[in-house]
Design a binder for this molecule. Structure first.
Ligand SMILES: [Fe+2]
Ligand SMILES: [Fe+2]
Length: 148
């Protein structure tokens, strides 16, 4: 795969992470009432994971000689706790689909150098984090056994 094409995919991933970060933080501010605190804390912890993912994607893009995007993908509003959990679950699943495509492109490439291994390692790690987020959101929604 062309490096430019990979950079485009990684920048799209970075923009998804920007969106996920602000979306979790914005949604966290909407939750109130009894027992709100643990859920607010959990959404903020997930936001923090997304921030770590941003940093990783940014450094991978820089490593490949690209310019990290300052753009942000579409964010999605939600009002109730249920809407918040369902919306973010949907967005996490879309992120996993996107990152799996990136992972496939990396693994399908011919390179076996250090940078290819690092790319593969980092993207795989991020996918695993998102899968944890999916599992957690499903548990919070009272679902289980439906994760990727
Ligand atoms: Fe993420
Ligand atoms: Fe996530």
């Amino acid at each position: 795969m062309e490096k430019e094409e990979l950079l485009k995919m990684l920048n799209h991933a970075l923009e998804l992470e920007h969106a996920a970060y602000v979306q979790y933080l914005s949604h966290a501010e909407l939750i109130d009432g009894d027992n709100a605190e643990p859920l607010i804390e959990r959404l903020k912890e997930i936001a923090n994971d997304e921030k770590t993912h941003q940093e990783k994607f940014r450094s991978l893009i820089g490593m490949l000689g690209g310019t990290p995007s300052m753009g942000i993908a579409e964010t999605h509003p939600a009002k109730t706790v249920r809407e918040i959990l369902e919306q973010n679950l949907k967005d996490e699943k879309e992120a996993v689909d996107t990152y799996r495509k990136i992972y496939g492109a990396i693994v399908g490439g011919r390179g076996r150098g250090y940078y290819d291994m690092l790319l593969e390692h980092e993207v795989r790690h991020i996918i695993m984090d998102e899968q944890e987020h999916i599992t957690e959101l499903e548990l919070l929604l009272g679902k289980s056994g439906e994760s990727y």
